[in-house]
Ligand binder design. Structure first.
Ligand code: 6PG
Length: 246
């Protein structure tokens, strides 16, 4: 059974395989049509399997020299820190394929400075406003996406592309693309695995809670939106709607 734009996979490996195929298809089409593929990478742990699969099996599947890698958010740490989204993506993928360019958020700088620098980098790459060809996102168990956490200032920002976002419950600041920039993308794919995300996913896809509670609800892209989820993450969805055990 398929929900609109929701694709359910047996587990994380099957999801990573399907996501790698979709990535390669989207990249090839964008490169054919525009001569480039500007993709925003997600952080956290979920996309790592996808990145590793792309590096291991898709080196010849697309023209990586036309792929330009950006980040949806970053932790305020240096690029070699274990919490760095850049480091994860660099080790799993970007150092293993001949990618055209990599645009990382400078987590080692003061957050306001890093946010402004990233906006300048976006302005230098994109003629007008950032229109990513594909944005990869995850969600947290609290419904956050990128570093757009519940009840944080960045949720309300409409006149910036990148901001520093103080996240009280983490006791730190994060760097994140803003909602309008993410929603300006040609395509967005959410990658979600594990039962720990099932409550938030049910709320995001079916619930009527305020989006400030579940910020992933603020994501309604200009282009195509796809949810690639595994059975664990989908577990509450199915029970609620079909009453059938997944
Ligand atoms: C980050 C991410 C964040 C992530 C979710 C899910 O920097 O943490 O960009 O939005 O996608 O927190 O993280 P996991 O994939 O580790 O569950």
């Amino acid at each position: 059974m398929r929900f609109p734009n929701v694709r359910v996979f047996e587990g994380p490996q099957e999801l990573a395989r399907a996501a790698a195929n979709t990535f390669a298809e989207e990249a090839t089409q964008s490169i054919r049509e525009k001569g480039r593929f500007a993709v925003t990478l997600a952080g956290g742990s979920t996309p790592k399997a996808l990145y590793e699969l792309l590096a291991a099996e898709y080196v010849n599947a697309l023209d990586w020299s036309r792929v330009h890698a950006f980040f949806g958010d970053e932790r305020c740490v240096p690029p070699d820190h274990e919490d760095s989204n850049y480091r994860m993506a660099q080790e799993a993928l970007l150092s293993r394929v001949p990618v055209g360019s990599v645009h990382r958020m400078r987590g080692e700088l003061s957050p306001p400075e890093a946010a402004t620098l990233y906006e300048e980098e976006l302005a230098a790459f994109f003629d007008d406003r950032p229109d990513f060809d594909l944005v990869l996102l995850g969600i947290g168990g609290d419904g956050h996406t990128a570093s757009l956490f519940p009840h944080t200032p960045a949720l309300e920002v409409r006149d910036r592309w990148t901001v520093e976002n103080p996240v009280e419950k983490l006791g730190t600041e994060r760097l994140t693309l803003t909602v309008p920039v993410i929603n300006g993308a040609q395509g967005i794919i959410f990658l979600v695995t594990g039962e720990s995300k099932s409550n938030a996913l049910k709320e995001i896809l079916e619930g009527d809670a305020d989006p400030r509670e579940y910020p992933a609800k603020l994501i309604h892209p200009f282009g195509k939106l796809t949810w690639m989820i595994d059975r664990g993450a989908a577990s509450l969805l199915y029970q609620r709607l079909s009453g059938k055990k997944v």
